[in-house]
Design a protein around this ligand. Structure first.
Ligand SMILES: O=C(O)CCC(=O)C(=O)O
Ligand SMILES: [Fe+2]
Length: 265
């Protein structure tokens, strides 16, 4: 990714979080997890906002005008420019993935029905309890793909084989592609959802970006991905219905991988 795009989008992130809380709280949505999140008693340092359909001019204009009624062209351009780049990368990776499973034709349906969400995250140094490495507890995302990109402060860790946590260090030129629970179901459990967490070791405010992909519509386990050794493991389901159900389930069961309980056979 060009350095100027990286720099511009993180400059935009700082400007966004510097807005008054009541302005940030205008970021609402019918879709769970697409809205402003923050002001948690247990995580006062955490805040995030989301832009639905961030590759679209209309959507980035309306988000920007909601936050800055007098406009903010540099923010708007950086959000859309970043999203276009990352979505192209995401489509290319999705195509390769589908082809590698012999279902390249699925890319047509996928690309027509991808709903992106760009989220901005801030973990404030000021509101952090210095005794603990506060961040985000281990979890799996309810997405198809999650593409994470950190500013210059580290914290992201992913779980690999043998339950080892490894650091995923920030780099202006690279992204972390994580499989979400919906990709796990789509692949009939061939691709496990990636457990990840945020543990901050640096005494600094951390900014991060997440480009999340969702399928607007039904997710079916394709014929080609089922056989005697891989009997069908999920019933067809609607990705957004999954999010709505998780929102209810979440209150009593945070940080769980939910797709099996939701749609497992
Ligand atoms: O802050 C980050 O880099 C990761 C955020 C994350 O994992 C999430 O919101 O699901
Ligand atoms: Fe996550």
């Amino acid at each position: 990714m060009p350095r100027r795009v990286h720099d511009a989008v993180f400059a935009g992130a700082e400007e966004l979080f510097n807005l008054p809380t009541e302005v940030k709280m205008r970021n609402t949505s019918d879709k769970p997890y697409f809205e402003y999140l923050g002001q948690y008693k247990t995580q006062p340092f955490y805040e995030s906002l989301g832009i639905d359909h961030p590759t679209s001019l209309d959507a980035t204009v309306s988000f920007t005008n909601l936050m800055w009624p007098a406009g903010n062209d540099s923010f708007r351009e950086s959000a859309q420019g970043y999203s276009e780049l990352v979505s192209e990368l995401e489509q290319a990776v999705a195509r390769m993935l589908f082809e590698s499973y012999g279902v390249g034709y699925y890319h047509d349906y996928y690309s027509k029905n991808t709903n992106y969400l760009l989220r901005y995250f801030k973990y404030s140094e000021a509101l952090m309890d210095k005794q603990r490495n506060e961040g985000l507890l281990p979890h799996t995302d309810k997405t198809f793909f999650s593409i994470l990109h950190q500013g210059n402060v580290s914290g992201l860790q992913v779980k690999v084989k043998d339950d080892q946590w490894i650091d995923a260090p920030p780099s202006p030129a690279s992204f972390f592609f994580l499989a979400g629970e919906v990709l796990m179901a789509w692949s009939n459990d061939r691709i496990p959802a990636c457990w990840h967490q945020v543990i901050r070791k640096e005494k600094a405010t951390r900014y991060s970006l997440g480009m999340f992909s969702f399928i607007s519509g039904m997710v079916n386990i394709l014929e080609e991905l089922r056989d005697e050794t891989h009997p069908i493991k999920y019933k067809p389901f609607d990705h957004f219905e999954f999010l709505h159900c998780f929102k209810v389930y979440l209150t009593t069961n945070p940080n769980t991988c939910f797709i099996k309980a939701f749609s497992g056979v």
